[in-house]
Write a protein that binds this ligand. Structure first.
Ligand SMILES: Nc1ncnc2c1ncn2[C@@H]1O[C@H](COP(=O)(O)OP(=O)(O)OP(=O)(O)O)[C@@H](O)[C@H]1O
Ligand SMILES: [Mg+2]
Length: 223
């Protein structure tokens, strides 16, 4: 086994998902049992164990209680649940496979827009800029430019990069649930999607690319 492979194995063993699976099996629970005990969905447990989603603080507490973890086990579990630190300016050559994204693959090469790309990259790299809106006439290349610049910034967002297509949404009430679902945020009974998103975005800084947000902000009862 090479040194690189050993490191990969070590990272996998200590990931939150793997730790959760180990504790669940040690306690003799199926994913369904644990979901029942913790008041979470089985799908949510599956996603956590796969590492496809990051646990909210509330979820971590529910799992600790359901698995009856205490002392060093509880501390290790909480440490594994912490998100990776924010990384805006990575060193050259930093591995990009550790970042997550769901950007759609483009079947044609991107052409030009050098000035806009540079301006957008600069804006999105600033700590004081939280929202950038691309506006322009229909079919002028807004989506394509956003996706291109997002792809160029993959390494700058350690917490990943999520493209949310709001084009199919025709009711503003579905905007937040759609963003939350695309981000992999689990539903929690009694908590709104806004609260759940705030919880996640307080601890993580993913780049969210929201496409067709205007279409999604129309209320169902608007004329
Ligand atoms: N710089 C570019 N290089 C290559 N293809 C591009 C470029 N800009 C736009 N296109 C292509 O042109 C078409 C329209 O672009 P896009 O969908 O991004 O426009 P839009 O402004 O988002 O449109 P809409 O207003 O309908 O949302 C797409 O097929 C896209 O791939
Ligand atoms: Mg578009």
């Amino acid at each position: 086994m090479t040194r690189h492979e050993q490191l990969q194995t070590h990272v996998a063993v200590t990931s939150f998902g793997e730790l959760l699976r180990q504790h669940r099996l040690a306690a003799g629970h199926t994913q369904e049992d644990l979901a029942d005990r913790a008041g979470l969905s089985t799908h949510g447990i599956q996603k956590l164990e796969r590492g496809a989603t990051h646990p909210l603080r509330d979820t971590v507490q529910r799992l600790i209680a359901a698995l009856q973890l205490a002392g060093p086990d509880e501390a290790r579990f909480k440490t594994a649940a912490r998100p990776a630190p924010r990384r805006h300016h990575p060193a050259r050559g930093t591995a990009s496979e550790s970042t997550r994204h769901n950007l759609p693959v483009q079947s044609t090469p991107f052409i030009g827009r050098q000035r806009e790309r540079r301006a957008l990259r600069d804006l999105l790299s600033r700590d004081d800029v939280r929202l950038v809106t691309l506006t322009g006439p229909g079919v002028s290349g807004k989506t394509r430019l956003g996706l291109q610049v997002a792809a160029e910034l993959i390494d700058a967002f350690a917490d990943g990069l999520t493209f949310v297509d709001l084009a199919p949404i025709s009711d503003s009430a579905l905007v937040m649930p759609t963003i939350a679902r695309t981000l992999g945020v689990e539903d929690v009974a009694g908590r709104s999607h806004v609260d759940l998103l705030v919880d996640v975005l307080r601890r993580q800084r993913p780049l969210l690319v929201l496409d067709k947000l205007r279409a999604g902000t129309r209320r169902r009862d608007d004329p």
